[in-house]
Design a binder for this molecule. Structure first.
Ligand code: FAD
Length: 323
């Protein structure tokens, strides 16, 4: 029996890596609950189903024109039907933009609990205990889910994917019945932003600027420091959303993943979405005036101070060293 259903996310013809993380978490959870785990692939092709079958014992593959691209409503209907048909106890989706769209509405449709930003699970006598992040990952809380089913939204870059090699079975599932009624929303197109030629993923030194920089004018000394260091400027999402830096410079789960020799995080709190994009850097230096900022838990070196004081001081030191 597949008590744990894990949704496979794909976009532009490719399975997203986060799906393999969720699949590994789902298999572990299924073991804990003494049940089976199945990957659920909506849309996609045989190759995607086969790669999922390399990582889990069962893949449920549903193909339909309304499932070809992500549509929370179509996905929700199909998942509700699957949960009821299979008597599943857990639906695990990634806490991504897709998952954030789907998870809560799926829980409403199933009339069950939803736990977002889930980072760990444990079975207890009273039910399932789910550990989740709070306050931009500054705290963790254990939530008891006494009754199943439950929708879990797993944190990205938190679970290690399993190596492929399982040799699972692919089962075709026909969703036509549940998609017969018209949907209220439909997928039209996915537009990629125009490429400006900046590639932060190739840089050896990256300076990441966060909301702590406060205003665009404060980027001037940061740019000067970047120039002195031969670094490329990048930013957290709020800085990109404010239009202070180009979208191509966004680091994180909905931006780019960088693995430079040195990453300097200036005024970045260290949300898991940001950390997902820079934790692979060889050396991380964080500057933040809050000593409890989560960024310090991934940083190799930390400076607890105002970045507007630290940045000019660093630049001056570099100039002294050069002369
Ligand atoms: C689906 C989804 C996808 C997302 N994708 C991304 C993504 O790809 N990348 C990303 O970055 N975020 C992403 N986010 C947003 C993410 O959740 C956080 O909101 C964001 O990373 C916070 O950015 P920040 O650290 O710059 O700002 P904040 O969390 O506001 O942190 C600002 C920090 O600056 C410090 N500070 C303030 N003033 C100073 C000063 N003078 N000197 C030094 N330190 C100072 C503060 O102590 C604080 O720690 C995503 C969110 C969602 C829901």
């Amino acid at each position: 029996m597949s008590g744990v259903l894990v949704l496979i996310e794909h976009r532009q013809g490719a399975v997203r890596d986060v799906s393999w993380e969720m699949l590994a978490a789902g298999r572990k959870l299924a073991l804990e609950l003494g049940t089976g785990c199945a990957a659920v692939l909506f849309g996609g092709d045989e190759a995607m189903a086969a790669s999922a079958a390399g990582r889990v014992e069962q893949v449920i593959h549903a193909r339909h024109e309304l499932l070809a691209d992500f549509n929370y409503e179509a996905y929700q209907r199909a998942l509700v039907a699957l949960v009821r048909e299979r008597g599943a106890s857990v639906v695990l989706v990634a806490h991504t933009a897709f998952g954030a769209d789907l998870g809560p509405s799926l829980a409403v449709a199933l009339d069950c609990a939803v736990v977002s930003d889930a980072v760990g699970f444990a079975k207890s006598d009273e039910g399932l205990v789910v550990t989740r992040g709070l306050y931009a990952s500054k705290l963790c809380a254990d939530r008891l889910v006494p009754a199943m089913p439950v929708v879990l939204m797993g944190r990205q870059s938190n679970f290690k994917p399993d190596e492929p090699g399982v040799g699972g079975a692919v089962e075709a599932w026909d969703p036509a019945g549940v998609l017969a009624e018209p949907l209220r929303t439909r997928f039209i197109t996915l537009e990629e932003l125009p490429v400006t030629g900046i590639d932060i993923t190739k840089a050896e030194v990256v300076i990441g600027v966060g909301r702590g920089v406060k205003e665009e004018a404060n980027l001037v000394p940061v740019r000067e420091l970047a120039e002195a260091l031969g670094a490329v400027l990048a930013g957290s999402r709020p800085v990109i959303d404010a239009g202070w830096l180009e979208k191509e410079r966004q680091v994180g789960s909905s931006g780019k993943t960088v693995k430079p020799k040195l990453y300097i995080a200036l005024g970045i709190s260290g949300s898991f979405q940001h950390v997902a994009g820079m934790k692979g850097a060889e050396t991380i230096i964080a500057v933040n005036k809050d000593p409890r900022a989560p960024i310090f838990s991934v940083a190799h070196y930390g400076i607890v101070d105002d970045l507007l004081k630290v940045v000019p001081a660093l630049k001056q030191k570099l100039e002294e060293m050069k002369s």
